[in-house]
Design a protein. Structure first.
Length: 173
């Protein structure tokens, strides 16, 4: 019933000539599974942290995770972006996951956008899902899109221009 008895069984079985082949086949099957599982989790690198004494002028682009505690004047693109309480971003923010604890002056684009109670956002938010905690300060518009990271996606200001042809097409049908 327990696996311990199965472990004890293979040791006496090598004495028999016919049984080692099936036990070797069983042992070879789990080995690739364990190698595959071990390789996947080790590939994730820790988030890069920009400390609160840093002032960066320019754009930042990475496929990894970033935690900003300082000041950035420029656009930021990342996989996971965490904006700390002491951070100020002046520019467009674009990431799969965006967590805003500090201040953003500019557009925020993300699949998942979360504004915590200490967040201060002055700009538009384009998102797939959004969460705004009580106490967050937000001035701008919010627009849901299935693919907010697509640069060709409609922006809140451009929605009125493209909305005009759509009703004409539906009226013609």
């Amino acid at each position: 019933m327990f696996s311990k008895s199965k472990i004890n069984d293979p040791a006496p079985k090598p004495d028999s000539g016919a049984t080692p082949a099936p036990s070797a086949a069983k042992d070879s099957a789990p080995a690739p599974k364990s190698e595959f599982k071990a390789a996947a989790p080790k590939q994730k690198a820790p988030a890069s942290v920009l400390s609160n004494d840093l002032h960066i002028t320019g754009n930042i682009k990475t496929t990894g995770d970033i935690q900003v505690e300082g000041t950035v004047e420029g656009d930021i693109r990342a996989h996971l972006l965490t904006i700390g309480e002491s951070a100020t971003i002046k520019g467009e923010v674009m990431a799969d996951d965006v967590v805003v604890n500090g201040r953003v002056v500019g557009r925020v684009r993300g699949l998942k956008v979360r504004l915590t109670a200490t967040a201060r956002v002055e700009g538009d938010i384009v998102h797939k899902t959004i969460a705004i905690e009580s106490g967050a300060h937000f001035e701008g518009s919010v627009q849901r899109q299935d693919d907010p990271l697509n640069s060709k996606a409609k922006l809140p200001g451009a929605a009125t221009a493209s909305a005009a042809p759509a009703p004409a097409a539906s009226a013609a049908e």
